[in-house]
Design a protein around this ligand. Sequence first.
Ligand code: UD1
Length: 423
Amino acid sequence: MDSILVRGNGPLSGEIPIAGAKNACLTLMPATLLTDEPLTLSNAPRLSDIQTMTQLLASLGAEVAALQDGLVLAMSSHRIDNHTADYDIVRKMRASILVLGPMLARDGHAVVSLPGGCAIGARPVDLHLRALEAMGADLDLRDGYVHARAPGGRLKGAVVDFPFVSVGATENALMAATLAKGTTVLKNAAREPEIVDLAQCLRKMGAQIEGEGTAEITVQGVDRLRGATHPVVADRIELGTYMLVPAITGGEVECLGGRIDLVAAFAEKLDEAGISVTETDRGLKVARKSGRIGAVNVVTQPFPGFPTDLQAQMMALLCTADGVSVLEETIFENRFMHAPELMRMGAKIDVHGGHATVSGVEKLKGARVMATDLRASVSLILAALAAEGETLVSRVYHLDRGYERVEEKLRACGAQIERVKGE
Ligand code: UD1
């Protein structure tokens, strides 16, 4: 397994291009199962999670060609040959559950392995299943798989009222509703930019959707969808992560392709901590306003609130703030696993239930640390950039799931960072 070696070397400055959003791409790709015509995505990120989704779609009979060095995904699902998403692929990536709605909507039946738990919590898929059941699906859970069938071969429009906000369940239900008979109303729907991107793509494919980006989405089902070409929205989590590079090290970084509307709540917290974010004609420019950053309190929430996927990285920043910050995680129950690793670097953090109290120290110190999940791994790299001495982050395969060319992007800003190949 590869590791990443970082030598903290002071303020970093430069330009960092922001890639297409992993989480948007992972829901746009299964949309190819909704049509027998080609669906082409541009601005795709080059990540191992995208390769996993490619494998999954191929196992179902779709063709997925990565063109232009992986930036363009040309997909075509002339017909679905196999309606079973196998455990061996699903267990690698939870987003695999997103093939369920499209397969069921197109052909009236699908079998998908249940994803199981993951490092950051239990993460059930009951809301996905309840939404499809409301649309008339018969579901049978056996041998670790969901066996789903739509009576008469077609789902029916329904009112789906989610008891709490789920990004994935909204995506699955939205895709399923496009081909259902009649009208579907999704209440308490997720409002994330990835949902808006999905709805815009589905609309190009001929779907009739209104209200994406609000808590109520209405879908008028159609008989068939057609092919389309769609650019993947910028990755707001990669954007937020790189905005923290000048925040944590000093210096000034321009994130190319960054949009303030994608990270408004996060940028507000940066401002409160003493970091300025300025819109430019190419993206967002970020720098400290003056010396040491201040402590701030953060509560993770569904969009437009502060994203849980930036909580670990924000914690890394607050480890060196002047004062005490409290981070509250409300989305996932076990998402502070980066805290003990940051403490190995000299951070002062007290985790109690869903809260972490961070008492800022002047300087972090390099250490050997271990990545436990995707966002935790990049938080350790951010901390390492600001630390004194050398940090070796092991288990970086987590990082490769969600960040493309990290070392290259950071080296362009002056970072001393290299990958150490493992066996
Ligand atoms: C997506 C993102 C992930 C992000 C998360 C929250 C993708 C591929 N992943 O994950 O990076 O951290 O949104 O912004 O887009 N839940 C249930 N039952 C369900 C579904 C969810 O109890 O059927 C719970 C989850 O365990 C979690 C909460 O709801 O506690 C929110 O999860 P959800 O929004 O569904 O996250 P994902 O779509 O899995």
